[in-house]
Design a protein around this ligand. Sequence first.
Ligand code: EPZ
Length: 417
Amino acid sequence: MAKLLITGGRKLSGEVKVQGSKNSTLPILAATLLCEDESVLYNCPKLSDVDASIRILRYLGCKAQRSDNTLIVDTSNITKSDIPHDLMREMRSSIIFLGVLIARCGRAKMSLPGGCELGPRPIDLHLSALRQMGIEITEQHGELECVVNDFIKPSKIALSFPSVGATENVMLTAVKAKGTTIITNAAREPEITDLADFLNSCGARITGAGESTIVIEGVSKLHGCCHSIIPDRIVAATLMSAIAATSSSVTLDGVILSHLCALIPVFEQAGCELSYKEGKLSVSAPYKLRSPKLIRTMPYPGFPTDAQAPIMAMTCKSNGLTVFVENIFESRYKHVDELNRLGANIKVEGKVAVVDGVKHLSGANVQALDLRGGAALIVAALSAQGQTEILGLPYLERGYEDFEVVLESLGADIKKI
Ligand code: EPZ
């Protein structure tokens, strides 16, 4: 079983390129099924979740080949419209294939995605929207069976919650509807905008992505395109946390500042100096961080839930109390017990976690229990005295490309064994 060995206390320095966004790559890979053509995707991160999506595309009959961070996907011929249980289980977000299979084949069959480390992951918003668009969906024995009666109906979809996945599934289905679909209370994440940009390059007609109301004019045919994936704002936030936690100064290359709108004030409140120029963000941290006081996770452009764990790790040694309120997922504090094993002082009560800054952390053996919680353990271990051993690397490999190599290039003492 591979593990990470980190000896903390080292400062980081230099410059590093931020990887492409996992949460943009996954829906765009699904979207290639609508093109019935070849597409080229640049800046695709090498992640196990991306590999899982490629396995699904190949199972359906597509050709997909990677050379470094470029993926060439040819979806001209597909031979199936179902995704088997074992492929569905590999990655929770494979539900994103539902809309594209319905739009491409008029039918889709897949098992219900299981819950995950973050708690139950319901898809009621996806299903009620698709039913409104005229798709007949039966759910039995954990299987979803979908059929389009006549055609995909253009609809007014009012999402009760700005769900990222539901917004994406509706967009992907509506691209082939007979008329115009309007989504209100849509998710506004940058990954939604990147997906819309990809689809529009393929001939779709989507306006309003990134705002709360998205308008999708149905088209009969799409073609392939070349597209470069946006940088991963959560990996950028994780690196910023590592820089702040180790009182370092580092430059991140390939950052879109507006994607970090809710994070910048948090790092400034903590005493970091940030400067941005032509896609490069320089972060310079003080010897001792101030506490950012209160952090509430919210849908974009609010504070991203995916950054809650790494930022919590950064506040473990800051001056004073930091209060976190996790409003998006119901169990996203699995990293707290592990951070406390490193000497942190964190108490959890429901969706609130209170971090009381301590003088120092000390190395220990800890276990990653989900993707971003694992990243938080790395951030804390880098700022701890002594050696930390981290198990559970498959979680990290879902979302961080060669993270130990990236950190080692900045001077961290980190080894995968
Ligand atoms: C996406 O998940 C991201 N995953 C998540 O990133 C991210 O945390 C999340 O959006 C929120 O930003 C990908 O993009 C692949 P949601 P998604 O639908 O689409 C509830 C990471 O670490 N909900 O916006 O599943 C749901 O239970 C991952 O990279 C319903 O109740 O998120 C959750 O509490 C983790 N019914 C909340 O909404 C539904 O039908 C947000 O879910 C759908 C969602």
